[in-house]
Design a protein around this ligand. Structure first.
Ligand code: ATP
Length: 575
């Protein structure tokens, strides 16, 4: 992306704030007008000083003070309004990027790094906000001053003005060159910080494993290397800046020396009065600040370009799985599920499911059994529409799940995963996860079915006890029961259970099993089964191997058949 195209993406986020920007810009105009007035007033002060007219000096100094005061008021208005406008623009951008991230499918998240995304959502967007603010706030004012002040100088004395600007093209060229290099170095530097952040999220998020493998020293050295790369990238950027300022500063000094030479010569020939020269030098002094600011701004602009690119790279990724424009709401289902000739692969030419056909009656409990990697998880993932099959289709009550909205589909399917994730918040919020309205009665009802009500009530704050990050920690069995309550809160017709492989103690196990039995009543259930008791109770067992259903029937029938399931049963459940 080049700079114009990168920044162009920001326009839709800036335009809605035009009123605030307009107010800010009006103040900028006021501020610049006062700034241009100042050298004229100071010139008059010098004139009266020359005449020894104290009263005149006092009068003009008083006027200078008033101009200064008005200028300060404009300066305040400019700061406040442009800041508000840029913060509002950035808020809209941040919300839009987050909403976009939520739309992206699982395929994207399998490749993405959380730390990198977090960094983009926070630091990169902040940087964009800063540059919008400083552009709106300082650059306009500086650019206007860069036009207005030289115009005034030109009016005062054009030969002197030309002399002052003789080195300007060289300066502009140098600044441009530095800026382009700065953009490249900045992008590298930002990417390195992102890497660091990704590493941190990954390692700190899995600190148990790190400790279990006594890998602290390994992680410290890995972090050290990444941090060094970050330091090197930053140093390269800052070194460039360190060269730029002295070079531009030296050219400025040369210009001033030139100005004094020519000014002195003109005064000696009587072509310029000392007062005019004072006025002129005041104007030049006022000009130095905006020149510095513009140089600075240009650098920031180039640096933030990296952040703008990193953000709009995300926005350009299109979700691989989308709702049809005319997607309907899935009407309350009875729970009949049909897979018709479904083939699926995560990666090209590595088929995971192959023309799989399966029909589940409403209310049927189906156990999915088979060796690891057979495709059991994939089969249920397709029902949730985490992915779309490459061929074939899945129907609920004879409605193709591709034709309905994702929300209405997922609201009719409950899922109890192997590991329950609790989000920071109260137990009630965790049970009602994802719901915008909060029905306490329904939550308690679900918790009772899930055998969770009793232990929740015993917590000091009951359903309002905080769990998750820095909150209460629940035992494995309690978590599972919260997960069951969460899955059945919306009374879904279809329930997916990914049975936990780790065993609980017998009392907890009994409570979970009882909860599951109640939860699965009158629902179509797909359970990825690891326990003999679950398989036995299922209405039907599907034995999967290499993405195909190789056997189907009840436990007794399949055992009697003496085929693949009977083999598997003998190995897996022999004790
Ligand atoms: P397990 O009992 O071990 O969980 P499973 O029967 O549930 O296994 P799946 O998780 O459905 O098996 O995986 C089926 C195949 O698809 C495996 O070969 C696996 O490597 C592959 N696979 C699963 N998820 C992905 C993914 N996100 N990207 C690429 N390949 C995947």
């Amino acid at each position: 992306m080049n700079s114009t195209s990168s920044y162009r993406h920001l326009i839709p986020f800036l335009l809605p704030q035009w009123r605030l920007f307009a107010r800010g810009f009006a103040c900028v105009l006021g501020y610049v007008s006062c700034t241009v007035l100042l050298p004229a007033v100071v010139g008059r002060v010098a004139e009266f000083l020359g005449k020894g007219d104290v009263e005149g000096v006092a009068r003009w100094l008083g006027l200078a003070a008033i101009v200064f005061l008005i200028r300060s008021v404009f300066q305040y208005g400019e700061s406040v309004w442009t800041l508000a406008a840029s913060l509002d623009s950035v808020l809209a951008l941040r919300k839009a990027v987050y909403a976009h991230l939520q739309r992206l499918g699982l395929r994207y998240y399998e490749r993405a790094k959380t730390g990198d995304l977090t960094y983009r959502m926070t630091e990169d967007i902040d940087r964009i906000g800063e540059v919008i603010n400083s552009m709106a706030h300082r650059s306009l004012s500086s650019s206007l001053q860069l036009v207005a002040i030289p115009a005034y100088m030109f009016y005062l004395n054009w030969p002197l003005t030309l002399a002052s600007f003789v080195l300007a093209p060289l300066m502009a060229w140098l600044i441009g060159k530095f800026g382009r290099r700065m953009a490249i170095l900045s992008r590298r530097s930002q990417d390195r910080v992102s890497d660091l952040s990704s590493l941190l999220t990954e390692v700190l998020g899995n600190i148990r494993i790190v400790k279990a493998f006594a890998a602290q020293a390994y992680e410290v050295s890995r972090f050290g290397k990444e941090a060094e790369r970050n330091r090197a990238a930053k140093l390269r950027t800052e070194r460039l800046r360190a060269v730029q300022y002295p070079v531009v500063g030296f050219l400025e000094a040369l210009s001033i020396i030139l100005l004094f030479l020519l000014g002195g010569w003109q005064i000696s020939r009587g072509q310029l009065t000392p007062q005019e020269f004072v006025s002129f030098v005041t104007a030049v002094a006022l000009l130095l600040h905006p020149i510095d600011l513009v140089t600075n701004q240009y650098n920031s602009l180039k640096q933030a370009e990296a952040s703008v690119d990193r953000i709009f790279e995300l926005m350009e990724i299109s979700p691989d799985l989308e709702e049809l424009p005319d997607a309907k709401t899935l009407p309350p289902a009875t729970g009949k599920v049909d897979y018709r000739g479904v083939s699926f692969e995560y990666e090209c030419d590595r088929p995971v499911l192959q023309s799989l056909t399966l029909s589940a009656r409403a209310g049927e409990a189906i156990a999915l059994v088979g060796p690891s990697g057979a495709g059991k998880t994939t089969l249920v993932n397709l029902l949730m529409r985490f992915y779309d099959p490459q061929s074939g289709a899945i129907f609920i009550d004879d409605i193709n799940i591709r034709d309905v909205t994702l929300t209405s589909l997922r609201h009719q399917i409950g899922i109890v995963p192997q590991d329950t994730v609790l989000f920071s918040g109260t137990i009630a919020q965790n049970i009602a996860y994802g719901q915008t309205s909060f029905d306490m009665e329904a939550i308690v009802r679900a918790a009772k079915i899930a055998n969770a009500h009793r232990f929740i009530e015993q917590f000091p704050d009951g359903y309002r006890s905080r769990v998750g990050e820095r909150g209460l920690n629940l035992s494995g069995g309690q978590r599972q029961r919260v997960a069951i309550a969460r899955a059945i809160l919306l009374d879904p017709r279809i329930l997916i259970l990914d049975e936990a492989t780790s065993a609980l103690d017998s009392e907890s196990e009994a409570l979970v099993q009882e909860a599951l039995e109640r939860a699965t009543q009158n629902r179509t259930v797909f359970v990825i089964a690891h326990r003999l008791s679950t398989v036995r109770k299922a209405d039907r067992i599907l034995f999967l191997e290499q993405g195909q259903i190789v056997e189907s029937g009840s436990h007794e029938v399949l055992l009697a058949k003496g085929g693949r399931y009977a083999d598997y049963h003998a190995r897996q459940f022999s004790d």
